[in-house]
Design a protein around this ligand. Structure first.
Ligand SMILES: [Zn+2]
Length: 311
């Protein structure tokens, strides 16, 4: 199949299979439709193929019974299958690009650009809401957070009910959720775990969050469970100025002051090549856990108070 089955037919069903939107890419899917009409929630994972926690969470969602929901739940659990089997970090191995920087994509571009274009043009517009689950790549550890487009109240509300205690208001382009928001679809990007790790407790944080969003959308009975307001932040991400060995000075959630040292890049003989200092006051959201670092790679994320947070 080169296209996904229709998301809404009005008939109770659970369809699974694979779709080949571009030659050489075979993506598994599930379309679960309840007997009663309702909203359509799209859930993707494996944009980064080694973020296994998010992929396992999506696989479990694929087994949702049509009797448990109103409307449709559409799950694409492994968008980047090649990276999944190659255990590649960040990129699609076929073109070396980070799929989550290519949105909205290009019809005549490289593989990841074409995949982003297909998702933006053909998949996102069919959904009423979108969750792109991530899981902390093989070389990063993180404090669980949910990213949402800063100027979308419906997305912010989804991030709030998802239940992770940090919500990041994002202004960045190129991301899955930014493209969905541009297409008029509220969207969030929750991220749980790190270093590719997964277990039942971590996976459940993602599947529970999706259940909360389904309750918010009216796809299941009852209101979402009350959750404490998350800490609303914006994220600043310094890049490595040089290649070398990365020695972080701050741990996860540790506070940082503007001007404070975040870490040092050294050579093999212990000489300092660069000292990385914070431009922001805040705390550490995620860190690179790899000893090796290449010039231009993200080193960590610093979260700072978001002015737009609800009072
Ligand atoms: Zn990711």
């Amino acid at each position: 199949m080169t296209t996904l089955p229709p998301f809404r037919t009005g008939a109770r069903r659970a369809e699974t299979g694979t779709v080949t939107p571009i030659e050489g890419i075979e993506i598994p899917y599930a379309v679960i439709e309840g007997a009663e009409p309702g909203p359509c929630l799209l859930v993707t994972a494996g944009v980064h193929g080694s973020e296994f926690c998010s992929i396992e969470a999506a696989l479990r969602l694929m087994r949702t019974s049509p009797d448990a929901i109103r409307g449709s739940l559409v799950v694409l659990p492994t968008l980047n299958v090649e990276a999944f089997f190659k255990r590649a970090i960040y990129v699609m191995p076929q073109d070396g690009k980070n799929l989550n920087r290519q949105f909205p994509g290009r019809a005549d571009g490289t593989l990841s650009e074409r995949l982003a274009h297909w998702l933006t043009g053909e998949v996102f517009p069919q959904a009423d809401a979108y969750i792109d689950m991530h899981g902390g790549d093989l070389d990063e550890s993180l404090a669980p957070f949910t990213i949402f487009p800063h100027n979308c109240e419906r997305s912010r509300r989804m991030a709030e009910v998802f239940g992770l205690d940090i919500a990041i208001a994002s202004r960045g382009g190129g991301y899955s959720v930014a493209a969905a928001h541009e297409a008029g679809v509220p969207a969030i990007l929750p991220e749980v775990s790190g270093n590719g790790l997964w277990d039942d407790a971590l996976v459940t944080r993602l599947t529970d969050g999706v259940a909360q969003v389904m309750a918010l959308l009216g796809m299941t009975n009852g209101e979402p469970k009350p959750t404490p307001a998350p800490d609303y932040v914006t994220m600043w991400v310094p890049a490595a100025p040089v290649a070398g060995l990365w020695y972080p000075a701050k741990g996860l959630r540790e506070p940082v002051a503007a001007g404070e040292t975040l870490g040092v890049i050294r050579d093999f003989f212990g000489a300092d090549l660069a000292t990385v200092t914070s431009e922001k006051e805040g705390y550490v959201l995620y860190t690179l856990t790899s000893l090796s670092v290449n010039a231009g790679e993200a080193l960590l994320g610093v979260g700072s108070l978001w002015e737009g947070a609800p009072a």
